[in-house]
Design a protein around this ligand. Structure first.
Ligand code: PEP
Length: 256
């Protein structure tokens, strides 16, 4: 049956907003929570500095994610935050392997695998990002690129670890560009990801993993994308910074 998986809309705020602006946005969402479809899990990934402030909101209508964490557990790693620290703050998720981390901070598939392990060790569910660059799609290498990303960062996991994962397919050419994958392109890749996971971990596990689409999701394209059978919600950047747009995207993720 379609869409029995968890439906998720996650907002990645990246390095945006002052604390006051962040609180205002979170409170705007709180005030409109009656509009959210009950079956949609809403996740916010603010800058780590604000996790504690947002954590103080009473009965939040959202769960929280960090945007990154260290692959080390503790120690002399100036500027880093560990999964154990996130867990102690009751943070449930962490985005791992975002294309901006891969590109600007030189994160490799191997490092991303270690970050996933660190998260799982401390009971943080990783939101693992994968996706091809424009030149890889043009060269028709998008499936092989994503397959390698999955193999190198996920295939070492045990089944009981894999079921905790969330995957976000984010074609790099669509992130922050206003270009979006068509519904056919998104569905085709999501089905490929699920098939690849099924080949390694088995159908039962693959059927359970939420696969989110990310890349210029907006109130105008979200409903069509989320209606694809293998698209279980979205990872939203720019449009998650405006309460109205984000709420409209959350509403469109409800089961139609
Ligand atoms: C993202 O950064 O994860 C993202 C999908 O950004 P945007 O929605 O702005 O393309």
């Amino acid at each position: 049956m379609e869409h029995m998986r968890q439906r998720i809309v996650a907002g990645n705020w990246k390095m945006n907003k002052t604390l006051d602006e962040a609180m205002e946005l979170a409170i705007d969402l709180q005030e409109r929570q009656d509009d959210f479809p009950p079956e949609v899990t809403v996740i916010l990934a603010p800058p780590s500095l604000y996790l504690l402030g947002l954590e103080m909101i009473e009965e939040p209508c959202f769960l929280m994610a960090a945007q990154n964490c260290s692959h080390h557990q503790y120690g002399a790693f100036t500027g880093e935050i560990s999964a154990a620290m996130l867990q102690a703050m009751r943070i449930k998720y962490c985005i791992i392997g975002h294309s901006e981390r891969r590109e600007y901070f030189h994160e490799t598939d191997e490092l991303i695998a270690k970050k996933i392990d660190a998260c799982l060790l401390d009971n943080i569910a990783p939101i693992f990002c994968c996706g091809e660059k424009k030149e890889e799609r043009v060269a028709k290498k998008h499936f092989v690129t994503v397959m390698h990303q999955l193999e190198k960062s996920l295939f070492h996991l045990r089944p009981e670890q894999m079921v905790k994962m969330i995957i976000a397919y984010e074609p790099v050419w669509a992130i922050g560009t206003g270009l979006t994958a068509s519904t056919d392109e998104a569905q085709e890749m999501h089905a490929f990801i699920r098939k690849t996971l099924a080949g390694h971990f088995g159908e039962t596990i693959a059927e359970k993993i939420p696969i989110l689409y990310g890349g210029s999701v907006s109130p105008t394209n979200s409903a069509a994308l989320f209606a694809c059978p293998d698209v279980d919600g979205g990872l939203v950047g720019g449009a998650s910074l405006k309460a109205r747009d984000f709420i409209s995207i959350i509403k469109s993720a409800g089961i139609q």
